[in-house]
Ligand binder design. Structure first.
Ligand SMILES: [Zn+2]
Length: 482
């Protein structure tokens, strides 16, 4: 049984904001605090000039002693601003406590003390720092103008909002006093009608840019999109350098491969955050080596949020239950890994991807799965599209066919290499119209929907990998990573 994903239900979705906040629609800016090791509600409340009760009620927390590392707490910024004459700073990629302190005329020690930061190396991208006006020394400011990157991705105060069933982008925008355009721009959403329950979108504040990059001199700009990475989703880093460099690095115990352009001075890095990655702050390490062998290391702290994907039970008919045999799974998995672990430096995809079929999504990416009553040790590694047998299957983006075969679990399968370590897979087809080595263009019919392999009924399972990691393909329909 495949549970039906309800993309749009008309009616009231769950509102998580307390009534008092909804009432203040003119100034309902909110930010997110990711709970760090050693923090408690008292300390966090103090940091933002709130009481524990205020913070708990704002987040619907019944037991303030029970919070967890990596948990996201909503912080009402207007409360901080109005009561203590403080302002806030949202940490951007490439900023350090030193560079931020400088633009506010503070010392590193003052800024650290105001924010209860013990170790300056724990600062992370997206962290909200409180800048207390009371302690700003106005006598001898040594403020140097911040260097503004050409295209700042996110500025000001932002929060991550999880779309509830039945919500539209218009309704969300209205609640926060924004326009649909504000939300589509910040989130790179190509089609505002294609949002889904559980999707996390960034709600931007309307603050002027205030960036304090503190980058090694060989790096002229660094951009990160989105600013908050999510378990099971893709992140994009763009790096410009003043001289040609070779780039390598690691994130979440995986090595990073970047795509280099313009004589190795423009670098694009796509990272897939594996599902089951616990919410928290993780180091991303980049190593740049120039033509003379000079090495520069850049370390960033990146926060990863929970995907909140939910779970589902799957029942397989007895004549196909043998396909759950771990040996069958492993052999097929190995074949897949060998195909999708290549890195093609040519980028074939351009802009957001198209949908792989004119059909509705019946099971989204990421749900933890139990097969035939067993443990939740699987997860849904793609998005399922319901469609009558024979419905055309479309290439979601241009690329090169690197697998066209019939597999035990996945049935008649096609994999397309889109370049930059990005691959899409199309399972359970009846007809298959392409061959290995063939170049396909976006929207091209590559096969038809069927019920081959380990399925409970006809559907297309659509999968997407980034750097070897299966990630939510629907994010690629909404955002551009090119
Ligand atoms: Zn599926």
């Amino acid at each position: 049984m495949i549970r039906r994903l309800v993309i749009v239900i008309f009616g009231a979705g769950m509102l998580w904001l307390p009534a008092s906040v909804i009432a203040q629609e003119n100034d309902s800016r909110v930010s997110v605090h990711v709970v760090q090791r050693g923090e408690n509600m008292f300390r966090i409340a103090l940091q933002y000039g709130l009481t524990v009760d205020e913070l708990a009620s704002y987040n619907g927390i019944a037991d303030p002693t029970n919070i967890q590392v990596g948990q996201n707490l909503l912080i009402p910024l207007e409360a901080v601003t109005s009561t203590s004459e403080s302002e806030t700073h949202l940490v951007q990629a490439g900023e350090t406590l030193r560079s931020i302190a400088e633009i506010y005329g503070l010392t590193v020690e003052q800024l650290a003390t105001q924010n209860n930061i013990v170790d300056v190396n724990t600062l992370y991208v997206g962290q909200v720092l409180v800048i207390s006006a009371n302690t700003v020394p106005l006598a001898t400011p040594t403020i140097s103008p911040p260097v503004i990157p050409a295209q700042p991705i996110l500025t000001g105060t932002n929060m991550v909002y999880t779309v509830q069933a039945g919500e539209t982008l218009f309704r969300i925008a209205t609640r926060f006093g924004l326009s649909v355009n504000d939300l589509t721009r910040v989130n790179n959403i190509a089609d505002p009608t294609l949002i889904y329950a559980g999707q996390q979108i960034i709600v931007p504040g309307i603050e002027p840019p205030q960036l304090a990059p503190d980058l090694p001199t060989i790096i002229s700009s660094l951009e990160m999109s989105p600013l908050f990475l999510v378990e099971g989703q893709t992140g994009h880093f763009h790096l410009s350098t003043t001289a040609p460099v070779n780039l390598s690095g690691s994130f979440l115990n995986r090595s990073i491969t970047g795509a280099a352009e313009q004589d190795n001075t423009q670098h694009d890095i796509l990272v897939g955050v594996p599902i089951f990655t616990e919410a928290g702050v993780y180091p991303l390490s980049l190593i740049l080596v120039d033509g003379g062998g000079q090495q520069t290391v850049l370390n960033l702290n990146i926060q990863v949020l929970s995907g909140n994907y939910g779970s589902e039970y799957i029942t397989l008919l007895s004549d196909r239950a043998d396909l759950l045999d771990p040996n069958v799974e492993a052999a097929e998995q190995n074949l897949l890994q060998s195909v999708i672990s290549n890195f093609t430096s040519t980028r074939y995809f351009d802009g957001p991807m198209g949908l792989p079929a004119a059909a509705s999504v019946t099971s989204p990416f990421g749900r933890k799965r139990s097969y035939n009553g067993g443990p939740f040790d699987h997860f849904h590694s793609g998005a399922d599209f319901a469609g009558a047998p024979g419905t055309p299957v479309l290439a979601a983006a241009s690329g090169v066919v690197v697998l066209a075969d019939t597999l035990n679990v996945r049935g008649r399968s096609t994999i397309i290499d889109h370049g930059w370590g990005v691959f899409t897979g199309y399972w359970h087809q009846t007809e298959q119209y392409v061959q290995v080595g063939e170049i396909v263009t976006v929207g091209q019919i590559i096969g038809t929907i069927g019920a081959t392999g380990r399925v409970t009924g006809p559907h297309l399972h659509w999968e997407l990998w980034v750097n070897g990691v299966p990630v939510d393909p629907m994010q690629w329909v909404q955002m551009s990573f090119s």
